[in-house]
Design a protein around this ligand. Structure first.
Ligand code: HEM
Length: 431
């Protein structure tokens, strides 16, 4: 079935293409590896060496539009034009809240601003800071696992996204930011709505409405939090961001808001998707599940293998600052490129038998699921710790994990952020 799918099916978010885009990528790698796609308005780069080289070259490639040329303005414009007919939405769109946080920060910044900003956030994600968070991650995962067990006992199955994999990263980032007492369901809604344009270049009016309302609520809430942290410091990540100074210069409010949006959005869905992918893989492969139970020392490598084989961020964009030559094709200055991490990670020239899951693959850490170079994901250590601890505890507390019989494996509506929205499993809870 999937052989007949083409790249436009993925870009137009056909579920079958999102569910299994890998044959499409393999086909592109086998052709030129560099192809212009009119619907995307960008060149698609699918081979490992090309993707990595572009990621590492911030002199010639800009990150100012990391989610693609259409993502920010054009994709939303249709919906916005329709919503302007509604007085309440017109007032919201006219307010200055909507432009707050729209500055080049981290993901969408270039040097020298980007380097200044990274210097500021990197200390919060140092290995010793992540190690110090491990007891909290364990505590959060154990609490959620108690609910998973209850659900299994009461219903014979559980939707592991609802009971576990959404909750782990959301709770951890809320604790790290210092807003754990708040309603996490609201944060989850903000996170889902704000990330919507990433990999969805033709949103519905209702999707645009959700995006606008959540952006407004997020902005108002976090501007108030920043002001409070400036008035009386609290020692959390939000406080670090609110009071950070580099060379005597403070971050602007808009830079702070942009950073907070990225922490909330970048870290949530991606980590949920990683943990869900691991659970599905083990439910489908009882031999591998048993092997990890017997050799828990392989869990760390298994996390990497899942990042490689099922990249939660399928790919991000860069823009050529000058004319560049990629694999023999000239890409003119100003053109955009979609760097497909999910394809690079299955490039047979880099990874032997790329479609199989091998927790002992020797070069697995070369995968590009967290990017590479200056924009390499600052949250990688945190995501890895959450995934490792979550899986260790799941294997310790649940025996015989299997897929429930009524799964239809729905995926989120994005060609960039690839993740299940529901995964029903059965398992035998251990005491
Ligand atoms: C499995 C989980 C995750 C995946 C797959 C992932 C993936 C990525 C990728 C591919 C990039 C590089 C972007 C580029 O080169 O343009 C990135 C950057 C980023 N990630 Fe993650 N991420 C994850 C978890 C997290 C977490 C937990 C956080 C924070 C709490 C986070 C925060 C960020 C930020 C702020 C950036 C922008 C960094 C920059 O541009 O300098 N991510 N992430």
């Amino acid at each position: 079935m999937s052989e007949s799918l083409v790249i436009d099916d993925l870009i137009h978010r056909k579920q079958a293409a999102i569910a299994c885009p890998y044959p499409i990528f393999a086909g592109l790698r086998a052709q030129e590896g560099v192809q212009f796609n009119a619907d995307l308005g960008a060149w698609i780069i699918t081979r490992y060496d090309d993707v990595r080289a572009i990621l590492r070259d911030t002199d010639r490639f800009s990150s100012l539009s990391p989610t693609g040329p259409q993502a920010a303005g054009e994709a939303l414009m249709n919906g916005i034009m329709q919503l302007m007919q509604e007085p309440e939405m017109a007032a919201l769109l006219g307010s200055n809240t909507m432009t707050r946080g729209r500055v080049a920060v981290l993901l969408n910044a270039d040097p020298p601003d980007h380097r200044r900003q990274r210097k500021l956030v990197n200390p919060a994600f140092r290995p010793d800071r992540i190690r110090a968070m491990e007891p909290t991650i364990t505590e959060v995962a154990l609490k959620l696992l108690a609910g998973v067990k209850q659900d299994l006992q009461a219903h014979g199955q559980t939707d592991i996204l609802r009971t576990f994999t959404v909750g782990v990263p959301m709770t951890i980032i809320a604790i790290a930011l210092g807003v754990a007492g708040e309603d996490l369901a609201t944060f989850k809604r903000w996170s889902d709505d704000i990330v919507m344009p990433v990999g969805n270049h033709s949103p519905s009016v209702e999707q645009v409405r959700g995006f606008l309302i959540s952006t407004k609520e997020f902005t108002e809430y976090f501007l108030a939090q920043i002001a409070a942290r400036k008035a009386s410091p609290t020692g959390d990540l939000l406080c670090d961001i609110a009071n950070a100074q580099i060379d005597g210069e403070e971050l602007t409010d808009d830079e702070q808001l942009g950073m907070l949006q990225q922490f909330l959005v970048a870290g949530n869905e991606t980590t949920t998707n990683l943990i869900s992918n691991m659970i599905r893989c083990l439910a489908e492969n009882p031999d591998l599940q048993n092997r990890l139970r017997q050799q828990p020392e392989l869990i760390e490598a298994f996390v990497e293998e899942m990042l490689r084989s099922e990249a939660p961020v399928g790919g991000l964009f860069r823009q050529a600052k000058v004319d560049v030559d990629i694999a023999g094709t000239t890409i003119p200055a100003g053109d955009h490129m979609w760097l497909v991490f999910a394809s690079a990670n299955r490039d047979e020239c880099k990874f032997a038998a790329p479609d199989s899951i091998d927790p002992e693959r020797t070069n697995v850490k070369d995968h590009l699921a967290f990017g590479n170079g200056e924009h390499f994901c600052p949250g990688a250590g945190l995501a890895r710790a959450e995934a490792r601890i979550a899986l260790q505890l799941i294997l310790e507390h649940l025996d015989d994990i299997k897929l429930a019989s009524d799964n239809d494996f729905p995926y989120g509506d994005s060609f960039v952020l690839r993740g299940l929205t529901s995964l029903k499993i059965t398992a035998t809870p251990k005491n």
